[in-house]
Design a protein around this ligand. Structure first.
Ligand code: PLP
Length: 462
């Protein structure tokens, strides 16, 4: 029988033999073996060797209230006993789905008062593709169906989610994107802004949306989708000029604005939603992850009165077996109660984010760190072999991946990397003392990396 008591090497061997991991090569698993995570509490994971690891990613940007909250386990067990499953197709509903929809409508900005449930962020974005196309078709404009997204965006791993995302490596596998998805460049000043002033660059990148709409024809464009702050692309924070211009363009050409809040939602940026932090007025928001703090799989599209009115006037032939799963809804509701009643957003705004911002910015004095960016409790540093020229490391050297694997992981700190950026997104309940430990481990990892990457011949410009 396989339990946590088996020796780690044995678990790793069985894992490598039978478990296909997402976004992982088989070689990585057979050479090194996966780190087996046995339990977790607060911001710490414990592995099968008993080592404590500081999880500066909150899992995959999702464990907002931290690990080990019994209240969520109790609610899940109670709900499973009372009504483990029922669906909301046709003309049935149940209390967890009703209560959560009401709560989300209360929290969401503007008139985003209607919730369509999914299992996570990817399939909520698939819902959005079908939803915006149906919306325009029902309004007598079936040709208005192209969706514009951004290169280096991440919107999920389903066929729809991958197509909406702008990750070229993902498009190459599976002949994607599907037809009718177009892309503009991302507002990544550090990597792509050259000599331009950041605000001019932000405006120029936003105006690419207008150019793209005019190129395709405004009567053919259904929606623009974007993360308020690009997460998996490397925590890329647009210059201040960017979002007001995007909003103006969407309004002018009647393009539905889909804010993918899968990472930015539920306190990550200090407000309930990133759209509120950046003053964006979306017509649809995608939510998942922090909605249940990852304790149960659930996602949703939260849509405006206008979008809901049109969809309700027809039969929207769409839905998942687990749309509005009662256990997931009950867990999410309890998670929102904890976020609200324990003042966790206020903790982010007044305590954790200011403290982390100060410490995070101080990493810019490290010889390998170019810029340090942070909004709320999502942050990134751009590593560079040359701070003056903002050069990147040679792509095939795998320098930053090596640093996360060998240095951060070695120091019991989970950070992730994307290209040359290293990112964090810790549980929102992190205390100032824990932030100090996080920064101490990050700095130690960077110092070791500075030595090691040169010893290994990885300090090469791309
Ligand atoms: N959208 C964004 C912005 C995400 O960051 C993610 C996941 O990281 C997704 C969608 C996909 O969500 P899921 O993995 O729950 O399908």
């Amino acid at each position: 029988k396989i339990t946590n008591h088996l020796p780690t090497a044995e678990l790793q061997a069985i894992d490598a033999a039978h478990h296909l991991h997402p976004f992982t090569t088989g070689d990585e698993l057979t050479q090194k073996g996966a780190r087996i995570i046995a339990s977790a509490k607060g911001i710490y994971l414990k592995d099968s060797e008993g080592e404590e690891i500081l999880d500066a990613m909150a899992g995959l940007w999702c464990v907002n209230i931290g690990y080990g909250r019994d209240e969520l386990a109790d609610v899940a067990a109670r709900q499973m006993r009372e009504l483990p499953y029922y669906n909301t197709f046709f003309q049935t509903s149940h209390v967890p789905a009703i209560a959560l929809a009401q709560k989300l409508a209360e929290l969401a900005p503007g008139d985003l008062n209607h919730v369509f449930y999914a299992n996570g962020g990817s399939d909520a974005n698939d819902t959005n593709i079908r939803m915006v196309r149906t919306y325009w078709a029902e309004k007598g404009q079936p040709e208005k169906k192209t969706i514009i997204s951004r290169w280096n965006a991440y919107h999920g791993s389903t066929i729809g989610g991958t197509s909406l995302g702008g990750m070229k490596g993902m498009h190459e596998q599976g002949d994607l994107p599907i037809p009718g998805i177009e892309f503009i460049e991302q507002p990544n000043w550090w990597a792509e802004g050259g000599d331009m002033d950041p605000e001019d660059f932000g405006l120029a990148r936003a105006r690419e949306l207008e150019e793209k709409i005019l190129e395709i024809g405004e009567d053919k464009v259904a929606a623009f989708i974007a993360e308020p702050i690009q997460g998996a692309g490397g925590v890329i924070v647009a210059p201040d000029s960017y979002w007001p211009e995007i909003q103006r363009i969407c309004d002018k050409y009647e393009i539905l604005l889909i804010a993918d809040e899968v990472i930015c939602g539920f306190g990550r940026t200090g407000n309930w939603f990133g759209s509120q932090t950046l003053d964006i007025r979306p017509d649809i928001m995608t939510v998942a992850k922090g909605l249940s703090s990852g304790y149960a799989p659930i996602g949703a599209s939260i849509v405006s009165d206008e979008v809901a009115k049109v969809l309700e006037a027809c039969e929207f032939n769409h839905g998942y077996t687990y749309s509005g799963h009662p256990v997931a809804c009950a867990v999410a509701l309890e998670n929102l109660r904890i976020l609200e009643e324990e003042g966790i957003l206020e903790h982010v705004q007044n305590v954790a984010a200011p403290h982390l911002a100060e410490k995070w910015k101080s990493l810019e004095d490290h010889p390998m760190v170019g810029e340090a960016k942070i909004v709320g409790l999502m942050a990134s540093i751009a590593l560079t072999p040359n701070k003056e020229t903002r050069a990147s490391f040679a792509a095939d050297a795998g320098t930053v991946g090596y640093i996360t694997r060998e240095c951060c992981f070695g120091n019991n700190l989970i950070m992730r990397h994307v290209g040359d950026r290293m990112i964090i997104s810790p549980p929102l309940v992190i205390t100032p003392e824990e932030i100090d430990i996080l920064i101490e481990r990050a700095r130690k990892s960077l110092d070791e990396a500075y030595e090691k990457v040169r010893d290994q011949g990885l300090f090469v410009e791309g």
